[in-house]
Design a binder for this molecule. Sequence first.
Ligand code: ATP
Length: 218
Amino acid sequence: MLGGTFDPVHLGHLRSAVELREVLGLDRVHMIPAHVPPHRAAPGVSSAERLAMLRLGIGETPGLVADDRELRRQGPSYSVDTLASLRAELGTRARLIMAVGHDAFLRLAEWRDPEGLFTQAHVVVIERPDHQAPLPATLRPLLAGREVTSVAALMAAPRGGLLRLALPTRLAISATGIRRRLAEGRSVHYLLPEAVRRHIESRDLYRGDGAAPGGETR
Ligand code: ATP
């Protein structure tokens, strides 16, 4: 599972998903847009729009799945609930992994039921060149005894481990940077898939005039 706001999806997400699948030998990477992200401001565009862009971005990429399960739930999109629903589908013995970027990982202790995340899945932290803050002390108790240093050690069990991973390609691309560029009328070519860029252009998304077509109403 690679969750996120995907506001909008970009090549940092997609390349990371492809490399996660390769490096960890995964069957699938479910990319799951948060319907109502609990830990941040409402996204600039609706979840349906973010899902549509994710589908366009993934296209036919083998092993990547645009998974809409959080859009089908009401209330805040807690990852622990999403993992429980994946676990229910896959069974107790499947290896289930929640991948998060380093920036998201720094706030893991604030998530709903952080211990429960490890009951359902492994956590893999993707290093990001644009986010390198040190780990806060609040995370230490959560990580104690869980960290492993190799893919083999992680994959020896179905859940409960933590691995920090430097993927081969690290892209300093963020959705914030893309939204800012769009608001300023600057180019976003080659930061996201061309199909997504065209969709944004044709729907006039993320313009700088404060308009948020299809915006959330939280
Ligand atoms: P924003 O700038 O709006 O915060 P973002 O670019 O970080 O957005 P999210 O949708 O919040 O994108 O990210 C979803 C997940 O993907 C998070 O775990 C995040 O850390 C990770 N991620 C985002 N960008 C990258 C990147 N360039 N490389 C690796 N992981 C990334």
